[in-house]
Ligand binder design. Structure first.
Ligand SMILES: Cc1ncc(C[n+]2csc(CCOP(=O)(O)OP(=O)(O)O)c2C)c(N)n1
Ligand SMILES: [Mg+2]
Length: 331
């Protein structure tokens, strides 16, 4: 197991600014999605990624369009970081035409194969097995590219995850496993339902190289993910990134998270990945005015997405059976 890398001097201001904008877009999207749910515009559930933005952002910073990501129930941040349009995503949440699946998938089925976003996934941890299948396909077809599988710490206690690790290592597939360890599985502290030594040792038992980092610092994530993705791209087989973080809100937008100690939540909010990036940028001479312009741009983009979603038509009932399955023509 490796310790987390030091932040390097070659992380230029422009890189961090770009990542800050992505993190900000994710945060503003999640605020708007939570509000839209409370306002009755969104049916079903919304699992906000708020607080965890640095992980999706720092990892996807290293991906090309022909690389793939698979996600879980808390998937909006991965989609945004992979380049999916927030306007299309918001229409999808609102169930409208012009959404990523023309409104028929909703929050937990956001996918855009043309951008390598294989989908959010409501079944823990089935996004991971899909990712391994995609990595196997890449290898068999001799195509370039890597696959990143994002999943939560709760998934580390599910059997299919270990089948995925075994298969990926057996065939040395080009996949990076990213465990977003926010400490909770729904209302439970994950450690209270986890036997034995730290779960990362289970991954090491497969011979998969691992790295553990602070997932609330986007520069740390970017550096670590860069190293691991480079190894995966070079063909040395799967790697595993364990990133600690915290989800600011409850499990779902309806859940107030009252099972958590308020002091713990307050502490996590101080350890804000956006704030860390902004502080670093200011230390490099970026003005507060510039940062506030970025905030305004992101808010305006998300507000426009909400307005467009509200103005978009509902899907035609005659199209009920389209957009629910991809037969592989768009990948
Ligand atoms: C097979 C399966 N069992 C149970 C659930 C219900 N469920 C939804 S999310 C979740 C745990 C999520 O915890 P974690 O993987 O840590 O992700 P987080 O919500 O913390 O991001 C569970 C048990 C499910 N979706 N799928
Ligand atoms: Mg969790």
């Amino acid at each position: 197991m490796r310790n987390q890398p030091m932040v390097s001097a070659d992380q230029t201001t422009d890189t961090v600014l770009k990542m800050l904008l992505t993190m900000r877009l994710i945060r503003d999207f999640e605020e708007a999605a939570g509000k839209a749910l409370q306002d009755g515009h969104v049916r079903g559930s919304v699992h906000q990624y708020t607080g965890q933005e640095a992980i999706a952002t720092g990892v996807c910073h290293h991906l090309h369009q022909h690389d793939f990501v698979s996600s879980h129930h808390r998937g909006h941040g991965h989609a945004i970081a992979k380049g999916v349009s927030v306007a299309k995503m918001m229409r999808e949440l609102f169930g409208r035409q012009g959404g990523t699946s023309n409104g028929k998938g909703g929050s937990m089925h956001i996918a855009d194969f043309s951008l390598g976003m294989l989908g959010a996934n409501g079944v823990v941890p089935d996004g991971v097995t899909i990712a391994v299948g995609a990595a196997q396909a890449l290898k068999m077809q001799g195509r370039p590219g890597v696959v990143v599988a994002f999943f939560g710490d709760g998934a580390m206690n599910r059997g299919p995850l270990f089948e995925a690790f075994n298969w990926a290592k057996l065939f040395d597939l080009p996949v990076l496993f990213v465990c977003e360890d926010n400490g909770y599985s729904v209302t439970l502290q994950t450690r209270s339902v986890t036997a034995g030594p730290p779960a990362i040792e289970r991954v090491q038992a497969f011979g998969i190289p691992t790295m553990s980092i602070n997932g609330n610092n986007v520069q740390t994530v970017e550096k670590a993910a860069g190293e691991l993705i480079e190894r995966v791209r070079a063909g040395s087989g799967p790697c595993f990134l364990h990133a600690t973080t915290y989800r600011w809100y409850g499990h779902l937008a309806h859940d107030k998270g009252l099972y958590r100690n308020p002091a713990e939540v307050a502490q996590a909010r101080k350890d804000d990945c956006l704030l860390h990036a902004e502080n670093w940028l200011q230390s490099q001479g970026v003005s507060a005015h510039h940062l506030s312009q970025l905030r305004d741009e992101s808010l305006a983009q998300v507000a426009a997405a909400v307005t467009e979603a509200l103005d978009s038509p509902w899907p035609d009932p005659a199209s009920a059976f389209t957009d629910v399955q991809d037969l592989g023509n768009s990948a």
